[in-house]
Structure formats: structure tokens, C-alpha cells
Ligand binder design. Structure first.
Ligand SMILES: Nc1ncnc2c1ncn2[C@@H]1O[C@H](COP(=O)(O)OP(=O)(O)OP(=O)(O)O)[C@@H](O)[C@H]1O
Ligand SMILES: [Mg+2]
Length: 529
């Protein structure tokens, strides 16, 4: 379906400022529709041929519609537009005439000219017409509520014709709140309540005001009700501003654990301030849910923070133990455990700082990778590089994946580029006990480990590639009693439900290929690369 802007640009000569005003009307006119118990159609004249085009439509939520069918895009002319033409050319609200029949639905037509005031506040021209069409099939003697609504609707209709409704919007405000059905209070020019709908009365009751609102000075009442004196003053100021003819921003009033959203609108038909309309909505439940979510979020972050602290304590204890152990093998084993624990702590540290259960994983990989080079045999300087991006990963994948990568990286550094006395044949960079001077080494042979990651069809593909001395001839990926690759296999096939393969690299060295599905966590929509 075409938008208001598309239709107006295609069929009319309206200027951008005119179209913006029509958008503002369409953003705020549900209020008028509900108060009028009527459908509203926004008509713009099509060039000079006397026809009108419907560019927007709204149905009342308080009454049956006069139009079962969508009217947007319809072009009408002839006798059908007579009332629109009068409103358009004479700039006045047209409301005489007999009911019109749509099939078996009788309807009353009215036409409200839409005026756009000039920048310096002059009356300006009529740019469109709002058709207000009431379904009369259920019409009966109106109740007090209905009479109040209709009176207010007429004031707002006059303000559309004057160019003073809708009021300018405050930055960041949406059209979503509040609506007529939530609660409506009408004030006279002195700020006293002349009418309060039953829903409005209920909303105030939740704030602790049980008496009848009619006759109350609403600004004073808001000041009294608000739990926080500053809020109360603000709420009161807003109402006083509306009484002066200004449109204050929406305000929330908190009292006794309840929250009410208020919107005050000036009523000034024909430029005369006659009072204000205050729409109120009880948003206690919405705010309670917001607060619950915020607390839950903070609690989860706090838990991650504590887990991180505990893991760091465990690492510190193991480090302490390692220093006291005399047997070199035992010491190495303990030091390795320190690193394993520390790399998990890294994930929890990141989670404790993020706002949800997902982590930006690249930073973690880079830290684990540089830690791995540091522990490498001191005489070899191994370069580390990351290609591509892991993107954002859900926490449960991140924790296992960081363990796996830690093992693969340590293996690449430790076994790919072992200290020379361990190496079967000398590795170029590892030859001699002094650090190798750069010019002597073929750059292609400079010890290097590359971690690459990319996503393809909801799978994360990771490889850890080194250009070291390669896997030993007796190497068997499925067997082997060492701990490192056992951890890797257990995590990859278990927690991660992925696959791992260790093989000889294309240009020598070793390549570990890892594929992990990302779909099952339900976080997929958020995980962008
Ligand atoms: N990138 C690699 N280059 C060469 N050999 C490797 C590489 N990765 C693994 N290996 C071989 O596979 C063996 C098993 O690795 P694994 O990580 O299971 O044990 P480890 O590293 O020897 O001990 P740890 O339990 O401390 O990790 C290694 O001892 C090594 O011989
Ligand atoms: Mg290992």
C-alpha cells in the first residue's frame, strides 16, 4: 500500500512542509477519532480538476466504523466531494446535511479544513480536508461521557482548522501514549476538572486519590499526589503550561508504587484558551516489568562477575601450588591448569560487562592468543594473527569455544615451534639460543599462528593454522592420552555439537579445523558478524 507521502507526491503539488503537517495529523488523530466516535479520512485536492484523494484513514476504537473497506488511495469527485470542497475553499468546518448511506450503513459527513500556520504564526492556507464520518446505525441518545467526548472533539476539530492541533511534538516522543480509552480529564480555563472519565478516575485512585475528580484543581492535585516533590512540581507545571496554550511534554507521576503517564493538551479553539485536556494512563505494570528486567540483567552481570573472581582465585591457588612443587613436570601441569582456568575467567569477565548473554568474541580470542604466545618457549618468537571475525556469540558457546581455542593455540605454539633441544630437526626461527635476527629468516617461514573465523549458513568455521614442524608421524587424533586434545574433543562434540579435524597444513605445519553450529541457542537473530 502506498504511504501518505507517496500518494501526496504522486497526485498533488503539496510542499514537503505541507506533507509533514499531514503526517503530524495522522500521528495524533486517533484521539480525535475516538472522541468523535467517527472515522477520519484525510483528503487532499488532486491538482485543479476538483477531485479529492484519500491519503490516510483512521477508525474509532470507541464506536463502529462507517467504512468496512480501506479508503486510502480512493479518488472521488462530483457530488461526493461537495462538502470537502466547501471546507477547502471557504476554510470553515462543514457539518450540515442529511445522512449518507454506505450500503446499509447510514453515516453523517462532516468536513474539517486542515490549515498549516506559517512559520511566524500567521493563519496560513488550507492544505487538506479531514472528513469526519460517523456511523449512525448504532446512534442513540448520548451519555454524559459521550457528550463530553463530542464537545472536546469539536474543540480539537476547530484547532485543526485553526492550525493549532496537533501541537508540536517533543523530541523522542512517540504517538503511542496515552489514548482516550486510558482515561480523559477535561479542565476549564482555571484548571478545575469539569469531567473525568471512569478510567481516569480509576487511574487516580491507584495513585491514592479516591475522591471524585470533578471540581479539583488538577495541577495542585498532581503536586500533592506525586511521591517525589520534584516530579509533583514538574507535573503541575505541565498542566499550567497547557492551560496557557502550550503543549508540555508527557510526564509520569509515581505514587504509592503506582505510575501514571499523563499528556496535557491545550484546548484553544479559535485561539481562545478555554482549558486543557489531560489524558492519563496507568502504566504501573509496564514500569514494574521494566524494573524487573533491569534487575534481572544486573543480577546476571553480577553473577558473571563473581564467577570470574572465583575462577581467578582458583588460578591464584594453583599458581601458588606450582611455585612450591619441586618436580618440573608437576609444575608445568599446574601452570597449564592456571592458564585453562584463566581463559574461562576471561569469558565471564566479558559477560559481566555486557548487557546481555552474548559476547563480542574477537576481543577474547585476541587476549587468549597473546597469552598463548607469552607462554611459548622463550627462545621462539611466534607471531599471532586473527583473520575474519567471530562476531557476537551466545555465552554458552563462548565459554566452551574459548577453552577449545586456548588448547589449540597452546598446541600450535608448544608443538609447532618447540625449543630446539626438543625439535627433531631445527626450525629456522628456533635455531640457536639467541633470538633470531629478522633479516636472516625467510618471511614466509617466520613462526606464525593464524586464527581465522567466518560464518556460513548458521555455522561458525574456525581454523587455527601454524607453519611449524607439523604433527608427529605417530599422531592419532582419536587416541592419545594427553589432556589437551581430550578437552578439545569433549567440548567440541559435546557442548558445541560441532566437529574438529587436525591435519597437516597445506604448506607444512598443522591446521585445526573447527565447525560449530550457531542456530540452536536462539540467539541467532542477534549474532551479526
Ligand atoms: N599444532 C601442532 N603441531 C605439532 N604437533 C601437534 C600440534 N597439536 C598437537 N600436536 C601433537 O598432538 C599431541 C597431543 O596434543 P595434546 O594437546 O592432546 O597434548 P599436549 O599438548 O602434549 O599436552 P597438554 O595436555 O598439556 O595439552 C601433542 O603432544 C603433539 O605431539
Ligand atoms: Mg596441548
Amino acid at each position: 500500500m502506498s504511504t501518505l507521502r507517496d500518494l501526496a507526491e504522486e497526485h498533488t503539488h503539496l510542499r514537503p512542509a505541507d506533507i509533514d503537517h499531514l503526517h503530524r495529523i495522522a500521528g495524533d488523530w486517533q484521539l480525535l477519532s475516538d472522541l468523535s466516535f467517527a472515522d477520519l479520512l484525510l483528503w487532499v485536492p488532486v491538482d485543479a480538476d476538483g477531485t479529492f484523494l484519500c491519503v490516510a484513514q483512521v477508525r474509532p476504537t470507541t464506536a463502529p466504523t462507517a467504512y468496512q473497506d480501506d479508503q486510502v488511495g480512493r479518488i472521488i469527485g462530483g457530488s461526493e466531494v461537495a462538502h470537502l470542497a466547501v471546507a477547502y475553499s471557504q476554510g470553515r468546518i462543514w457539518r450540515e446535511g442529511d445522512p449518507v448511506w454506505y450500503g446499509d450503513v447510514p453515516a453523517r459527513h462532516e468536513a474539517i479544513p486542515v490549515r498549516l500556520r506559517t512559520a511566524d504564526g500567521e493563519a496560513g492556507e488550507v492544505i487538506a480536508v479531514v472528513g469526519r464520518d460517523t456511523n449512525l446505525s448504532t446512534a442513540r441518545t448520548p451519555s454524559q461521557l459521550e457528550l463530553n467526548y463530542l464537545t472536546t472533539a469539536d474543540d480539537l476539530a476547530q484547532m485543526i482548522a485553526d492550525g493549532t492541533f496537533p501541537p508540536p511534538r517533543h523530541p523522542g516522543e512517540t504517538t503511542s501514549a496515552p489514548r482516550v480509552g486510558d482515561g480523559l480529564v477535561r479542565l476549564d480555563a482555571g484548571g478545575k476538572v469539569t469531567y473525568a472519565s471512569p478510567n481516569a478516575q480509576s487511574a487516580y485512585r491507584r495513585l491514592g486519590y479516591a475522591a471524585h475528580l470533578v471540581g479539583e484543581d488538577l495541577a495542585a492535585l498532581h503536586r500533592r499526589l506525586a511521591g517525589d516533590p520534584l516530579d509533583g512540581t514538574e507535573a503541575a507545571t505541565g498542566i499550567l503550561a497547557a492551560l496557557r496554550g502550550e503543549a508540555p511534554p508527557r510526564r509520569e507521576i509515581d505514587a504509592r508504587g503506582a505510575t501514571m503517564l499523563t499528556r496535557a493538551l491545550p484546548l484553544m479553539p479559535a485561539g481562545v484558551p478555554i482549558g486543557a485536556l489531560v489524558l492519563v494512563r496507568d502504566i504501573t505494570e509496564v514500569r514494574r516489568r521494566d524494573r524487573a528486567l533491569i534487575t534481572k540483567d544486573a543480577t546476571i552481570r553480577e553473577i558473571h562477575h563473581r564467577v570470574k573472581n572465583n575462577l581467578q582465585t582458583v588460578a591464584a591457588l594453583l599458581r601458588l601450588q606450582a611455585r612450591r612443587v619441586a618436580m618440573p613436570e608437576a609444575r608445568v601441569a599446574l601452570e597449564e591448569s592456571v592458564r585453562r582456568v584463566a581463559s574461562i575467567a576471561l569469558v565471564h569477565e566479558t559477560l559481566s560487562m555486557s548487557s546481555d548473554e552474548a559476547v563480542e568474541f574477537d576481543g577474547i580470542v585476541d587476549r587468549v592468543a597473546s597469552a598463548a604466545t607469552e607462554v611459548a618457549a622463550t627462545e621462539v618468537s611466534v607471531g599471532m594473527r586473527r583473520q575474519g571475525s567471530f562476531g557476537v556469540l551466545p555465552a554458552e558457546i563462548a565459554t566452551s569455544l574459548v577453552m577449545v581455542l586456548n588448547e589449540l593455540l597452546l598446541n600450535a605454539v608448544e608443538h609447532g615451534f618447540p625449543p630446539s633441544d626438543e625439535a627433531d630437526e631445527p626450525v629456522p626461527a628456533a635455531s640457536g639460543m639467541v633470538p633470531v635476527a629478522a633479516p636472516e629468516v625467510d618471511p614466509a617461514l617466520r613462526p606464525e599462528v593464524v586464527v581465522s573465523a567466518h560464518r556460513f549458513r548458521k555455522m561458525l568455521h574456525v581454523s587455527v593454522t601454524d607453519n611449524g614442524r607439523g604433527l608427529p608421524p605417530e599422531f592419532d587424533a582419536e587416541r592419545g592420552s594427553r589432556l589437551g586434545l581430550q578437552i578439545v574433543r569433549a567440548l567440541v562434540t559435546g557442548e558445541l555439537r560441532g566437529t574438529i579435524e587436525l591435519r597437516a597444513g597445506v604448506d607444512g605445519g598443522t591446521e585445526a579445523l573447527l565447525v560449530v553450529p550457531l542456530g540452536r541457542s536462539g540467539l541467532d537473530g542477534r549474532s551479526q558478524v
